[in-house]
Write a protein that binds this ligand. Structure first.
Ligand code: DHB
Length: 307
């Protein structure tokens, strides 16, 4: 069985790819992704200037997931534009991830990536880890101003990486903007802002931002699933959706397909297991699809049953 899919008209050989975040900031890391079974090469969220990121310790790995406040360590957007032609030889879609600090930053980067060799542009509206950088996805007025400024700057599909929403009114407001500004795909969800405490030391486990960071891993899956499902219903199949959050097995990926995802992204499991995870999860998912009589991704997509 093949697990081909399409995101905003761009064909992917399977529906499983890396998420922006872990191990995707340097050329060496991107080549490792290119050489893996990841269906695309997703890059680290970039900023106008290179950044070292936040103070260490900034990443805490625990059995159920990861907790981090990396603070956008990246090489600056020009480096990623330069990487794209070198990554072309791997014959997989290349996806840029953009994290601006202002409207001008987003316009500069969207314009530049529109003229680059990447295939898709994911605009990150949900980075929680930089002091003084609000999560734009939670401010619908601000989000609309941003979208207005960068849509229509080129032909490449532009999508949004969104934070988790919990309130139906928020889903509706975002869905309205997505349709109004012809956003081509959504990636749901980013990490969830939280706090982890070490009871022995009575201290935070990471240093930046008084220990507040973004949590990922198995227990954020239900939030990811609800966000994919609600947007799938609100957007009536007009916008591709990539699901991300708590996927470590083929079963997790299958659940995201049922919820309405066209593809799924893997972050925490990639961080912990390395590039072999893409093939393993894809094989596990294929087994489940076969056992259940689905012969493609499309045939399982959105097929969640209600009681
Ligand atoms: C970082 C974390 C995020 O969740 C994100 O979307 C972008 C960047 C970070 O801390 O580097």
């Amino acid at each position: 069985m093949n697990t081909k899919t399409k995101i905003a008209g761009i064909e992917l050989d399977s529906c499983i790819l890396n998420a922006s975040g872990p191990k995707d900031a340097t050329m060496e890391e991107l080549e490792a992704i290119a050489n893996s079974a990841s269906a695309a090469i997703m890059m680290k969220s970039c900023t106008i200037e290179p950044r070292e990121g936040n103070e260490e310790p900034r990443l805490y790995v625990f059995p159920e997931g990861c907790f981090q406040s990396m603070g956008l360590p990246n090489l600056g957007y020009k480096k990623y534009i330069g990487f794209a032609p070198q990554l072309k030889k791997f014959k997989k879609p290349i996806i840029a991830s953009l994290a601006g600090f202002s409207k001008d930053d987003y316009v500069t980067m969207v314009e530049a990536f529109q003229r680059s060799e990447v295939d898709l542009i994911e605009v990150n509206l949900s980075c929680p880890n930089v002091e003084g950088k609000p999560i734009v996805g939670y401010d619908f007025e601000q989000a609309e101003k941003l979208l207005k400024s960068f849509v229509g700057l080129g032909e490449k599909p532009v999508g949004l990486k969104l934070p988790a929403y919990y309130d139906m009114n928020h889903f509706q407001q975002m869905a309205k903007l997505v349709l109004k500004y012809n956003i081509s795909f959504l990636t749901c969800i980013n990490t969830i802002t939280s706090l982890i405490i070490n009871p022995e030391t009575e201290a935070t486990v990471i240093k930046p931002r008084k220990g507040i960071g973004g949590v990922s891993g198995t227990f954020i899956k239900p939030f990811g699933l609800s966000n994919v499902r609600i947007f799938y219903e609100l957007l009536e199949n007009k916008v591709s959706i990539m699901g991300v959050g708590g996927i470590s097995t083929g079963t997790d990926a299958f659940e995201y397909l049922l919820a309405g995802a066209d593809a799924v992204q893997i972050a925490t499991t990639f961080e912990k297991e390395g590039p072999g995870c893409f093939e393993r999860i894809n094989n596990e998912m294929k087994e489940i699809l076969k056992r259940k009589g689905y012969n493609s991704i499309e045939s399982a997509k959105g097929k969640l049953k209600y009681l």
